[in-house]
Design a protein around this ligand. Structure first.
Ligand code: FES
Ligand code: FES
Length: 159
């Protein structure tokens, strides 16, 4: 066990944990941040995605000690019910989720894509999401929400 500080959603939290423990377990079990989900545990589905210094990271295969002082953002830190991120808003408006298990991965991946590329083409969108899984098959609605969020962000930027 080791004492570690984690900078999560703008707040520094202290945990006592095995340094090899996956970041996902630290977030869920130690800090009750339950948006990142355990899906495959093998970096294959994206359900556990969080941002670490702005990069999408699969927290199921990332040892908590590897994060150091980096800034972690989870879905809960992306937006609020009063002020949702455009992709969160589009997800609601397009009524995307079925069981909801995959939401975290798609939204966290979309948010990073928009940060890096505010005007993604359909091809770039498909590439960015190629390694994400939705077992309920809501892909058509997901794509609609991603396009709607991209459009909203473009309009807001006056592009
Ligand atoms: S649970 Fe981490 S990628 Fe599937
Ligand atoms: S909505 Fe059920 S896995 Fe995607």
């Amino acid at each position: 066990m080791a004492r570690m500080n984690l900078d999560v959603n703008g707040k520094v939290e202290t945990i006592d944990a095995d340094p090899d423990m996956p970041l996902l377990y630290a977030l869920r079990n130690e800090l009750a941040l339950n948006n990142p989900h355990f899906g495959c545990g093998l970096a294959q589905c994206g359900a556990c995605t969080v941002h670490v210094d702005g990069q999408p990271v699969r927290s199921c295969v990332t040892p908590v000690s590897a994060v150091g002082n980096s800034k972690i953002v989870t879905l809960a830190g992306l937006g609020t019910p009063e002020k949702p991120h455009p992709i969160q808003k589009a997800y609601v408006e397009e009524q995307v989720p079925q069981c909801g298990y995959c939401i975290n991965g798609w939204i966290m991946t979309a948010a990073e894509l928009f940060e890096r590329n505010p005007h993604p083409t359909d091809g770039e969108i498909k590439d960015a999401f190629a390694s994400l899984v939705c077992r309920c098959g809501t892909h058509v609605r997901i794509l609609r929400a991603i396009r709607a969020a991209a459009r909203a962000m473009r309009e807001k930027a006056g592009a």
